[in-house]
Design a protein around this ligand. Sequence first.
Ligand code: C5P
Length: 223
Amino acid sequence: ATDLQLHGQSVLVTAGGTRERLDPVRYLTNDSSGKMGYALATAARDLGAQVTLISAPTMLTVPAGVAYVGVDSAEAMRTALLARYQTAQMVIMAAAVADFRPVTVADNKIKKTTADYTLTLTKNPDILAELGQQKHQQFLIGFAAETQHLLTYAQKKLASKRVDMIVANDVASAHAGFNHDTNEVTILQPNVEPQTLPLASKQVIAQQILQIALATRRNQQQK
Ligand code: C5P
């Protein structure tokens, strides 16, 4: 049916901000609420997809009819994605993946000292770039959350991560980005003029992102 454009297809959606542990009671994270990812999972489900939502912890309710895989760290998210990537038709990386993690995780609670405490961080794997390297049939969508130079940085990600689409998000805006129920994004695709989706609910933005992705994928397949 024309209204079930993802009928039976496997769609992986990541959401939330990853948690990078320092010790048994502490972690580093970010302001991602998971709302955009959950809205995308819902919208893909409504188009008939078999959706797997791979999510870092959030305050949200898992949408009905969506398979849920709870993860914490970037490394756990990577493992969950790679295990399902080969058979996926579409992957949407809406998660705010931590760029760094503590180099060691203490077995016990780190004790207070009188001196300053220095935390050393190491680079996390760039999951989206890795998926881009391994891409064959998958339509790959990444996000770019920035507080400045949004389109310049987003354009770089489109090329360097070998994705089909970047959804650029100004997280410094008053009505868009982290923890808001609304969003305003610009869609970047290779060889296509950037397309801005005006301020709307994350549910509506999610539906529009999927419609644009499906139209692009149809064009790719006709070539
Ligand atoms: O490079 P940057 O973190 O801004 O790229 C954002 C995009 O890359 C998002 O789609 C995010 O989910 C993904 N990402 C990732 N692994 C990382 C960092 C970001 O997959 N370590």
